[in-house]
Design a protein around this ligand. Structure first.
Ligand code: ATP
Ligand code: MG
Length: 180
């Protein structure tokens, strides 16, 4: 499985439709301070289902929508699409290429799409669970997270190990079954 492309529009500083191709051999994104490097990483986390506005450096989710600049009006919609090469079927899907999209409007309306079809957040979450790419996974470590892991409570650290070991998914299923 490989990250192929990221398309961003109206997300944070990326007002215009921007496409980033992650070609084989690419290892980093460099640029001056404030040019949008962290915003790219946040776009990846957001499209994969991030629910915390705070962890995206905002106070409420619509803060991620392009808020305008000296020469541009604010926009009403943020949209991000990620394309993954799944030819090894690392993610449990019959598709060899997967696209996940997320859109958010200032009105608060939002949607997720899997390969162009509207879906629920749950579908995205389930697809990514135990892949190491889902929410709270460890493929994206933001500044400050390392210290947070070291300082976390034993039970929180346990869930990190469960996620990495791939048993977290089953615990979530069990908890849900017990509630119902
Ligand atoms: P550094 O090297 O300092 O870490 P960076 O390349 O990671 O910088 P980012 O933090 O990704 O930079 O980008 C910051 C820029 O994004 C700021 O100029 C900020 O004004 C802009 N920005 C953030 N949110 C929005 C938004 N909702 N609308 C418009 N611009 C935004
Ligand atoms: Mg940064």
């Amino acid at each position: 499985m490989r990250l192929k492309t990221l398309e961003i529009s109206g997300f944070k500083s990326f007002a215009d439709q921007t496409r980033i191709d992650f070609l084989p051999g690419m290892t980093g994104i460099v640029g001056p301070n404030g040019s949008g490097k962290s915003n790219i990483a946040e776009a990846v986390r957001w499209v994969l289902g991030e629910q915390s506005a705070k962890s995206l450096r905002g106070t409420k989710m619509p803060d991620i929508i392009f808020g305008g600049s000296s020469d541009r009006h604010a926009l009403n919609r943020a949209a991000v699409t990620i394309t993954l090469d799944n030819s090894d079927h690392y993610l449990k899907s019959a598709y060899t290429e997967l696209t996940i999209s997320r859109r958010l409007y200032r009105s608060g309306e939002s949607e997720y799409l899997l390969n162009g079809q509207t879906c629920r957040l749950k579908d995205v979450t389930e697809l990514l669970m135990d892949s190491g790419m889902g929410q709270d996974s460890f493929s994206i470590i933001s500044q400050g997270r390392v210290a947070a892991i070291f300082n976390s409570k034993p039970e929180d650290r346990r869930s990190i190990i469960e996620e990495v070991a791939g048993v977290y998914k089953y615990r979530k299923h069990k908890e849900k079954a017990q509630r119902e």
